[in-house]
Design a protein around this ligand. Structure first.
Ligand SMILES: Cc1cc2nc3c(=O)[nH]c(=O)nc-3n(C[C@H](O)[C@H](O)[C@H](O)COP(=O)(O)O)c2cc1C
Length: 186
């Protein structure tokens, strides 16, 4: 199994704006493999403009907000590529996609690191942030997973949120839970 980095990827849209979403990048030696599921604007974006950034958000509301239609992203220009990164990030990478393997479901872009920078010291893990991340991933797979599994996992993850969340983590959690509950009410 590869090491997978759960992060925020920014790719350039045809109109010059940026598409910013959470994705998992798979490590392969010094390279990173970007695997967006079809359909995704990120695929056409990287085919047209093969430069992307990955940023780790300091605030998990960025992850939850992007998946629940909230305007939570502040970006700044990247350092060496034509791209943007999250403004509030512990660190970021700037990547060039150097090869593309097409696939009907999940094409693969192999990406090389052109530049990396750290912006804040990383001083420890937080269980509520990890729980929000897990719940966020679950919330993107509701059509694929049995409802009972999702609900059981949410109840388990809730323990870490109740014990360890700050205000940001609690708000992000609430957004994700609201999304999941709305899905099952439909
Ligand atoms: C932590 C995390 C990792 C994710 N990794 C991927 C991924 O590798 N590929 C993917 O297509 N979607 C991934 N998703 C789901 C996408 O973020 C979500 O489906 C998003 O709406 C995709 O936007 P798009 O359809 O514009 O590509 C991930 C979500 C989270 C929260």
């Amino acid at each position: 199994m590869p090491f997978i980095l759960e992060t925020i990827v920014a790719t350039k849209n045809a109109d010059g704006s940026f598409h910013v979403r959470p994705y998992g990048l798979h490590q392969d030696g010094e390279d990173w493999i970007f695997l967006p599921f079809r359909p995704s604007p990120a695929i056409e974006n990287v085919e047209r403009h093969p430069y992307l950034t990955v940023s780790a958000p300091s605030d998990v509301r960025v992850i939850a907000g992007l998946l629940t239609g909230r305007d939570v992203v502040e970006t700044v220009p990247a350092d060496v590529i034509d791209g943007v990164r999250l403004k509030d990030t512990t660190g970021h990478l700037e990547l060039e996609a150097i090869s593309f393997v097409d696939h009907e479901l999940r094409p693969r872009f192999r990406c090389r690191v052109l530049h990396q920078a750290a912006h804040r010291p990383f001083v420890g893990y937080n269980r509520a942030q990890a729980a929000v991340l897990e719940a966020a991933i679950l919330s993107t797979r509701l059509g694929m997973l049995p409802q009972e599994k999702v609900e059981t996992e949410i109840e388990y993850l809730r323990i870490a949120v109740e014990k360890c969340a700050g205000a940001q983590e609690q708000e992000a959690w609430d957004w994700i839970v609201e999304k999941i509950e709305a899905h099952y009410r439909r």
